[in-house]
Design a protein around this ligand. Sequence first.
Ligand SMILES: [Cu+2]
Length: 299
Amino acid sequence: MKRVFGQIFGVVLLAGLFSHAALAQTADPTAAANAYVNAPHNWQMWFPEAGSPMQEKIDWLMKYVLWIMAGIVAFVGGLMVYVMLRFNARANKTPALFTHNTLVEVIWIVIPTLLLAVIIVPSISLIYYEADDSNPYMTIDAVGHQWYWEYKYESTPGLDYTSYMIPDDKLQPGDIRRLTVDHPIVVPVGKKIKFNISSTDVLHGFYLPSLGVQRYAIPGTVVTSWTIIPKVGTYYGECNQICGVNHDAMPIEIKAVSMDDYLAWVKVAQANYVMNSFAPNLLSSPMPVNQFADLAVVK
Ligand SMILES: [Cu+2]
């Protein structure tokens, strides 16, 4: 009897393993990214958790300047209270008549200058760090449309698709209202990703707060930014330029996955939703890369 049970158990176990293997083959390659979700939450009081080295540096600079500012506010506030109590008319029946004090004047010029110097050095180095989009592993064109995003993978010919927000009545369990999209950006973890940001109609904003990316999407020109995402997960952003009536309906969802999952996703994406457009005629028009080039020649 025990042997029969053992055989049945073995068969069930094997069947389970095979069905799991079959499932794994058809599963969404980006599913692992759902384990860690970096999205805004209720009563959030601070920046989102940094998801990239750029946002870590921005976080650091923000706190560094905040502490300097808090020190200045405390010092100046305390000084004002002291002056009001110590040097008011009631406490000084016969006022002093001097108008200058060289030492005090030197101090109130030198100390603020030093403060500006200790702020400007890390600020400028961060600006240079942000601007350095050289040697990316891959480049993605992010094109703003009224009102959705289009993503084009320059390294993967033909991989060019649209990304629409999931409307409230179509949300699935686990989706985030006003942030989850039908086709997110998918990138490999730990690789430098460059974004070429543009627009086909009006000003949009390519804004990924947890990655430290914020750039205008401007019709007729290309603005670049970049990111490295070290941790597998899903990150969210939004268009943050008022771009029309559905401005709130063009969020950005970006999934960072392992290189294997990324390559598997590229195959799935190429097969399933290359140019998955709801508005094919809009997308088939070529992007105006530099519509003002002729003007430059006239000048
Ligand atoms: Cu927009």
